[in-house]
Design a binder for this molecule. Structure first.
Ligand code: RIB
Ligand code: CA
Length: 302
């Protein structure tokens, strides 16, 4: 399936969210990730729904063995902005899923630090699908544990592509620019997956049939159909690109950039800016979109 080692140990930090849900279902179905836990963060939807949806997705897949730990209820400094118009009042477009079959844990950031301190250094990756609030708090409050992180692969930002919040700002980074600035300048092994590639990995009605055939695939096809809302013929699969890059980096073209994040109070807060002297950040700028969609379909088949 890919050139990366199987059974990558990962923490998934997420604000599910319809595209987060596809990413999580793919990670569960493809059999290539050892998912240590899901940490919820406020973003697309508030922290209660983000946590509940994480539990519901795991219950639907019979994976109540995977812990869900509640994370940040709001950005570091700003008010959040939920995307109900895209993800629906419940954050999953009303998708029929089991109700949570257990309670979530609390204290995601301390839990992340515990996992990192207990694991061999650099053996545990973080796949970040929402605002970077939890990750920034980990860097700030648990710097020793943060140095033990393997890869951080985060969906966020826009480089040459227009933003989806401001002209140049993307939702995850714009929701918590202070957190994004901390993470981008922390010297982590960070790969950003920006709109420059995620907008090219699109699924429309014609591709849905190829996803169906398994529980995960059927759920993803249903989710993507819900995601089409507002009559759009296709939707970009932003967050699944994080898992696809973790699994098959050969499908992506990654450049090194010295970046900073605009953390001002203007309309472009959260935008990525070139900044001489900033630590190098890997940024996925090119993608084999047909190959990525084929891998998505293959992984959903298990
Ligand atoms: O800009 C896309 C990102 O914002 C995705 O993570 C999506 O889930 C939303 O959170
Ligand atoms: Ca997300």
């Amino acid at each position: 399936m890919s050139q990366s080692p199987a059974n990558q140990r990962v923490i998934i930090d997420t604000d599910p969210g319809l595209d987060d849900a596809v990413a999580i279902l793919f990670a569960l179905a493809c059999g290539q990730f050892d998912i240590v836990g899901l940490t919820s963060v406020a973003g697309n939807i508030g922290i209660e729904a983000s946590t509940r949806n994480s539990l519901r997705l795991l219950a639907a897949m019979g994976r109540s063995d995977i812990p869900v730990i509640t994370g940040a209820a709001k950005p570091l400094r700003r008010a959040g902005a939920e995307l109900v118009s895209i993800h629906g009042e419940d954050g999953l477009g009303g998708l029929a899923l089991p109700q949570p079959d257990r309670a979530a844990g609390s204290g995601a950031v301390a839990w992340m630090a515990e996992q990192l301190n207990a694991a061999p250094a650099k053996s545990l990756d973080i796949l970040a699908l929402g605002p970077l609030t939890n990750l920034a708090l980990l860097v700030q409050d648990h710097p020793g544990a943060a140095t033990r992180i393997g890869r951080v692969i985060a969906m966020g930002g826009a480089v040459d592509e227009p933003g989806n919040i401001g002209a140049r700002s993307e939702y995850n980074l714009a929701t918590d620019p202070e957190a994004a600035r901390i993470v981008v300048t922390a010297g982590l092994d960070l790969t950003l997956v920006p709109l420059d590639v995620t907008r090219r990995v699109r699924v429309g009605p014609a591709q849905l049939a190829a996803l169906r055939g398994t529980l995960a695939g059927n759920l993803c096809a249903e989710i993507i159909a819900l995601y089409f809302g507002n009559g759009r013929e296709s939707r970009p699969l932003h967050d699944p690109c994080v898992m696809l890059l973790a699994l098959a980096p050969e499908l992506f073209g990654v450049d090194q950039m010295a970046l900073q994040v605009d953390a001002g109070d203007g309309p472009e807060a959260g935008a990525l800016e070139r900044a001489e002297g900033a630590p190098p950040t890997k940024v996925a700028m090119r993608v084999d979109a047909p190959g990525a969609i084929a891998l998505l379909a293959q992984g959903l088949r298990g």
